[in-house]
Design a protein around this ligand. Sequence first.
Ligand SMILES: *[C@@H]1O[C@H](CO)[C@@H](O)[C@H](O)[C@H]1NC(C)=O
Length: 339
Amino acid sequence: MLVTVFLTVVVTILTILVSTSQTGYGIFVPPKMPGSRDVFPLVKVVNLTGASGPESIAFNPAGEGPYVGVADGRVLKWRGKSLGWTDFAYTSANRQMCVHPFAPELEHVCGRPLGLRFHKKTGDLYIADAYFGLLIVGPAGGLAKPLVTEAEGQPFRFTNDLDIDEHDDVIYFTDASSKFQRWEYFSSFLNVDKTGRFIKYDISSKKATVLLRDISFANGVALSKDRSFVLVDETTNCKVLRLWLSGPKAGIQDVFAVLPGYPDNIRRNLNGEFWVALNSLLYERRPYTKAVKLSASGEVLMVLEDKGKRLRYISDVEEKDGKLWIGSSVMPFVGVYDL
Ligand SMILES: *[C@@H]1O[C@H](CO)[C@@H](O)[C@H](O)[C@H]1NC(C)=O
């Protein structure tokens, strides 16, 4: 009863907030998603052992993995059924207390690796850690080394995701908020916080440049296949923003897609299309989750969803060899779906 009353109040407040923000459409009239397929109940699971919340998923340049960043601050590597999960890297040297699979109150000590991307030429893993900025760890793993923790004199509060332009040796990454840390993400949402930034880090000069600011929760990042633009999720507004990097529109930012849910990470496949992990809109009142495939020009190509409760709060969808590897900020497993 109390829970119901509480939920009703929260949902009402959120409805007012969201409908008065710049979401672009009312919360009770969700845009239709033609061709949605309720297929995720068919997903297979790869259970984590003693860990949870595989937020981001990456394979190394040799195709090994996946590697996942989990809630206790480690990056784990999947070595197949017989060897299972092994420790690969961590972002905090101070790990004595980091023994609980899920302890948000210790995240600022243990770290919370979110975005993971391998540099294909060097084999280095770049990590966007929610608390420790942008870090790097070599192909053998171990303790990651911080590369940058502030831009324009403003420290990062909630580093979130990244992508690498290997041609220019540049990292594009997001700081979700300049005010709220990851454990306060719900406050950031309630306050319609708009202090997210999108930043470029030059590997050789070590210089960080702010490319976009005033973003309402800057989240997933993906470079286009031809490197002519880079995408940035603006989660609270249910949008994917596009920043043109070359060509006649270089330097111009526009909207690539408006989505029926809150976009988390965004990952490009080999064809140059993008998988976006979406969390529910609030009218659904439960963590009803979708994976949306967008074309290189932003059209919806495929929607996979879970009307059951198998997948919750999915955060990353990585396509590899005809399979989708699905991560989540809370689940104790990685989902695998055969396309
Ligand atoms: C994963 O864990 C769940 C819950 O403990 C268990 O029911 C399931 O059988 C496990 N699946 C696999 C493939 O190990």
